[in-house]
Unconditional design. Structure first.
Lengths: 340, 330
């Protein structure tokens, strides 16, 4: 496995926290806050696809929005090539934004229904001076080819396309300003399986051709595993485990990671009776997250110390990129290894 | 064994501005007592319409134009609303995908649940409440007395779905129709709900019709599987036949396009080129023609649904003759 320090981080996230005031609650000094992201440190390396997986409300989309600087963090920093996005002057941010783009889940509401595909793609390019008026036609044809849409469709409106085609337009829109990093927030969740595969393959192929870096946010483990080189598992605003894809699936350590793997249905009827870890109860509210390890309320291995001590992400071995926020299972693992 | 539900040649059409658009085209299937039947398909293939028609719940602009739905010896399509009310909620119940909109937001859980029990089972208020508490604990809700006093918005999605299942089970139905019951839920909660449904199904020896697009869930739960595409059944077989020997090119492609967490990491995901035809009632030949890699000229004109092996039906004249290679699956 590649050592982290050999690689070049494109983005460094440090101590990121994002709290939102709870909607519809009493406004005043004691407005309750939703702890969407609650202390995340993360590096994103050039050329990789970092998958971020977790269930609804775990903060994965919030991290995505911080990376593209759609919102300012409550505290902490998102540093893009040495510059912090949160205290950057607007002019500079405007330039940087061309390098960090986003593909949204809902291609229906993220494309302007009153604009033709041509204008959806042309406007950002003209605004940022990527091409002049004369080169525009050729560039748009090139983008249509790139995402596998017929050139003849460029004067149509978004509603004239199917869901999968609209997502291709969404990808072309992200690509048109020549970004280095694309944050894909649940890009295939709204699509049918046969179309999902088309979009996942397209994303992979574009990455090879254009040397892109992806952050791939999804709750679908199968899709994340298929596209990602490294995966971070999130629970209630924290990363609980992070590792290279192969290593994570071969050797998941955190009990939540294991539960998540066990919970995803397998398309193999023979295996339906297999042993699996069924979690009890629901995800606690992000309004009032549990103290200590946030997973302790549902964890079958929880000790008393888990209720008070906040676990840190620790490498499973020295220098390893595989990090886990569970001292209990890490200790067991080391014990088990010394026995064998 | 006699079939609990027998659907023959069912066709459903939408009527809009005087135009008839057939969305479910001559489907026939049967459900045996204690069997879990999965109807699988992508958006707009007609799987939910098929399910809704069984309980007479189609929207006002959709109509059953042909066929019969026989439940326990009685044709449900011949019944008036009053007779139908005795069947639905009693012998056949439904669990919907969208739990938030299926529970009444201004009534407590207790109110809604006891209403069902009082109407269908004739219990008085007090014994209905006792029975409701019993049902809520049956579906694994902690502190059922407290849940009875709560309003739907005070419960999480998973808990709401448990309440819906309690409601569906309350009258001891013979058949539960579950339309994407876990699509709106997170995977760890989905596993809880699926386990619950499957345990209760075995305990009460009920039949389940599960409508889903999730191939993984089908493999976990189904006894028999029907693959639906563009308003027609493409293939029907036991769950093992569907997964181990898928015959129809669409079934094969569908299974290959699902990323599985135990796949070979370098395997390229197969995708189905093209899109589902938007209006398909006038297509004469095979509706999968445009996207199928195995077509011959005959496919443009001919399609027939035949039982080519015992209990294994397919709508593909090439598969039926053994001309479609079956990819070996692990």
């Amino acid at each position: 496995m590649q050592k982290d320090n050999d690689r070049n981080p494109l983005i460094v996230i440090s101590g990121l926290k994002k709290y939102y005031p709870a909607k519809g609650m009493h406004i005043g000094r004691n407005t309750p806050v939703i702890h969407a992201v609650d202390g995340v440190d993360l590096e994103i390396y050039e050329g990789e696809t970092l998958g971020i997986v977790g269930e609804s409300g775990c903060g994965k989309s919030t991290i995505g929005r911080q990376i593209v600087a759609l919102e300012k963090p409550t505290s902490g920093h998102v540093i893009y090539q040495g510059e912090s996005l949160s205290d950057m002057p607007f002019d500079r941010l405007r330039k940087i934004r061309t390098q960090i783009q986003m593909v949204f889940q809902d291609s229906n509401s993220s494309l302007n229904p009153r604009k033709q595909v041509f204008d959806i793609l042309a406007d950002p390019m003209l605004y940022h001076g990527i091409v002049g008026k004369d080169g525009l036609d050729a560039e748009i044809d090139r983008l249509m080819d790139l995402v596998g849409l017929p050139r003849s469709m460029k004067h149509r409106y978004p509603h004239e396309f199917s869901g999968g085609q609209r997502q291709r337009i969404g990808i072309a829109k992200a690509l048109c300003v020549k970004p280095k990093l694309i944050v894909c927030d649940e890009p295939v969740s709204a699509l049918d399986v046969s179309v999902q595969a088309q979009i996942l393959n397209l994303l992979k192929q574009l990455q090879d051709e254009l040397k892109l870096t992806y952050v791939f946010i999804s709750h679908g483990l199968g899709a994340v595993r298929y596209v990602s080189t490294r995966i971070a598992i999130m629970y209630l605003g924290r990363i609980v485990e992070i590792a290279d894809t192969q290593e994570l699936f071969d050797d998941p350590v955190h009990p939540y990671t294991n539960a998540l793997f066990d919970a995803s249905p397998l398309p193999v009827p023979k295996l339906r009776g297999r042993q699996r870890l069924v979690l009890k109860g629901d995800i606690p509210s992000a309004l009032n997250p549990p103290k200590g390890c946030k997973f302790h309320t549902r964890c079958p291995y929880a000790l008393e110390s888990c209720m008070t001590e906040d676990p840190k992400l620790i490498p499973v071995e020295e220098g390893s990129g595989h990090k886990v926020a569970c001292p209990v299972l890490l200790a067991r693992r080391i014990k088990r290894e010394s026995h064998t | 064994m006699d079939n609990l539900l027998q659907v023959e040649n069912l066709s459903i059409a939408f009527f809009e501005d005087g135009i008839r658009n057939i969305v479910v085209d001559k489907v026939s299937f049967a459900v045996k007592p204690g069997e879990v039947l999965c109807i699988v398909g992508e958006t707009g293939c007609g799987k939910s319409m098929t399910a809704l028609s069984i309980l007479g719940l189609l929207s006002a602009n959709a109509h059953v134009i042909d066929g019969s739905i026989v439940f326990d010896g009685k044709n449900l399509l011949d019944m008036d609303e009053k007779e139908l009310d005795k069947v639905r909620g009693n012998e056949v119940t439904m669990v919907f995908q969208d739990v938030m909109n299926s529970l009444n937001p201004v009534l407590t859980i207790g109110n809604q649940l006891t209403e069902v029990i009082r109407i269908h089972m004739g219990y008085d208020r007090k014994s209905a409440a006792e029975y409701a508490v019993k049902m809520l604990s049956k579906v694994g809700l902690p502190d059922p007395e407290a849940v009875m006093r709560k309003y739907p918005h005070m419960l999480s999605g998973g808990m709401q779905q448990r309440v819906m299942i309690a409601m569906a089970l309350a009258c001891g139905p013979k058949l539960i129709i579950a339309d994407e019951p876990t699509t709106a839920l997170d995977v760890t909660i989905q596993l809880q709900i699926m386990k619950l449904l499957s345990d209760l199904q075995k305990e009460f020896h009920m039949s389940i019709i599960l409508i889903t697009h999730d191939i993984g869930l089908v493999a976990e739960l189904a006894d028999r599987v029907i693959i639906m595409y563009a308003g027609q059944f493409m293939e029907e077989a036991s769950v093992y036949d569907i997964f181990d020997h898928p015959a129809h090119p669409y079934t094969q492609a569908l299974l290959e396009s699902v990323p599985c967490i135990y796949d070979d990491p370098d395997k390229k995901l197969a995708s189905i080129p093209g899109v589902v035809p938007e209006i398909y009632q006038d297509i004469e030949g095979c509706r999968f023609f445009e996207r199928c890699p195995y077509t011959v000229p005959l496919c443009r004109h001919e399609q027939a649904y035949t039982e080519f092996r015992k209990g294994h039906f397919v709508r593909c004249h090439r598969a039926e003759k053994g001309e479609i290679p079956i990819a070996k699956r692990q």
